[in-house]
Design a protein around this ligand. Structure first.
Ligand SMILES: O=C(O)C1=C[C@@H](OP(=O)(O)O)[C@@H](O)[C@H](O)C1
Ligand SMILES: C=C(OP(=O)(O)O)C(=O)O
Length: 445
């Protein structure tokens, strides 16, 4: 095969996580920031809408998002709370809950029905320790709720991030606007999705409010470089957040490794190699792990001047992999779909937190994959996928309204499956242009 001729070329969309963080940091700054490369998707619209409800002025002018910030003081309502509709975006919900706790007044946070089933109690209890008041409208510990804030005094708190790293991110973003130093320790039994905390630390550093990260040594703590940390254990890591001012500036958002995963996967299963541009090789995004996982499975990976090229194994045969995906939950469905086409068993662990995403992604992925003959077992914290022949031909898939389900299942088209989805538009949560881009990999006939 002549790789140069057969290669499909696509560009990764902007990073959802970094886009959320960049608009939040710019909105917390005093003065004007001009942001380029910000993802244009439903979730980002929600974050911008919530920030506007707190007093920031945000305008999209072509490719630039112009933000005039609130100088560290999100403004709530006095009688009527400011209305923050987070829709289906967990990142918006958890990060904005932290952010408004640094503000003044009352804020009502609510979303789509599924968002009201995604917990936030562990974050709320930390913010209560920092002076915020929560009035739960439905189930305690879940949106919708009204938060009453009068700024963050500083102090010492413990965050349990066993179900979501977004709790840590929300607290860190807020504490930089506090009146004095806050020491944020890690409680609970484990920390999931750690690399997303690194993305928060990166944005805070980039916007002039660096956080000191310390690790336990003997009876004390020593400074550590969070860029070198792959994970964090409760009791062993803490954050020292000094009061500061987010700096208004121009900023360019990097590409998205999570949404690149479908194209990287397509390159691995073949027949065409796929080149994805617009990604940072040195990115701190945990979903960069997709490359390592595909590499273990036998795919050929080459960095080129303008991106990364993934080609199927020389043998044409992918092997299964045993992988703890606690740090990269969003690519579990993608890995599962590739694994269903591998010649040996795949065991995915560390992914219990997939049950509280836009849907229960462990059950959803297994149920949909079984429709094409895949052998998938759901475990307490992951999936086991055994080799089986994929049945080609037409299949009706359910999306559960969850963008990652149809995007990952599309990779089955390369095995001859002809899918239809009940709600293909749900990709607009993070990747409105997905179907056009996907047509370059697998043109609709
Ligand atoms: O902070 C973020 O940008 C995100 C953190 C992750 O969530 P959890 O920390 O809840 O696993 C991830 O799944 C989500 O898509 C984005
Ligand atoms: C889980 C996701 O996002 P969020 O938590 O922001 O809803 C996701 O994009 O896969």
């Amino acid at each position: 095969m002549n790789i140069a001729h057969a290669t499909v070329r696509v560009k990764a969309p902007a990073s959802k996580s970094m886009s959320h963080r960049a608009v939040i940091a710019a909105a917390l700054a005093g003065g004007r920031s001009e942001l380029t490369g910000v993802l244009d998707s439903v979730d980002l619209e929600r974050t911008m809408g919530c920030l506007r409800a707190c007093g920031a002025v945000i305008e999209r002018r072509g490719d630039v998002v112009v933000v005039d910030g609130v100088a560290g003081r999100p403004m709530g309502g006095k009688d009527e709370p400011a209305d923050l509709n987070v829709h289906e975006s967990g990142t918006t919900c958890r990060l904005m809950t932290g952010v408004v706790a640094a503000g003044d007044g009352r804020f009502r946070i609510h979303g789509a029905p599924r968002m009201h089933e995604r917990p936030i109690g562990a974050l709320a209890s930390v913010l209560e320790d920092l002076g915020a008041g929560f009035a739960w409208e439905g189930k305690k510990g879940y949106p919708p709720f009204v938060l009453a804030a009068s700024g963050i005094p500083g102090g010492e708190v413990l965050v349990d991030a066993g179900e979501s790293s977004q709790y840590i991110s929300g607290v860190l973003l807020a504490c930089a606007c506090g009146r004095s130093e806050t020491i944020v320790g890690l409680g609970g039994a484990k920390v999931v999705s750690w690399p997303y905390v690194a993305l928060t630390l990166q944005i805070m550093d980039d916007f002039g409010v660096p956080v000191r990260v310390q690790i336990a040594q003997g009876d004390g703590w020593i400074d550590a470089d969070w860029r070198d940390m792959d994970e964090a254990a409760p009791g062993r890591v803490r954050f020292v957040v000094s009061p500061g001012s987010y700096r208004a500036q121009d900023y360019d958002v990097e590409g998205d490794w999570s949404n690149a995963s479908y194209f990287l996967a397509a390159g691995a299963v073949g027949p065409h190699p796929v080149a994805v541009s617009g990604l940072r090789m040195d990115s701190l995004q945990g979903d960069r792990a997709m490359l390592d996982i595909l590499g273990f499975m036998g795919a050929r990976i080459t960095w080129q001047a303008d991106g990364v090229l993934v080609a199927p194994p020389v043998t044409g045969c992918l092997r299964g992999v045993e992988v703890d995906m606690s740090s990269c939950p969003d690519i579990v469905p993608t890995v599962a779909v590739v694994a269903a086409q591998a010649a040996t068993r795949t065991v995915i662990t560390g992914a219990a937190h997939l049950r509280i995403k836009e849907c229960d992604r462990l059950d959803a992925t297994a149920t949909q994959l079984r429709k094409v003959g895949a052998r998938v077992a759901v475990t307490s914290d992951g999936l086991i996928i055994d080799p089986a022949a994929i049945t080609p031909g037409p299949v009706d898939f359910e999306t559960y309204g969850d963008h990652r389900i149809p995007m990952s299942l599309s990779v089955l088209e390369l095995a001859g499956v002809r899918p239809t989805f009940d709600n293909p538009g749900c990709v607009s949560k993070s990747f409105p242009g997905f179907w056009d881009e996907w047509a370059k990999v697998h043109p609709r006939r």
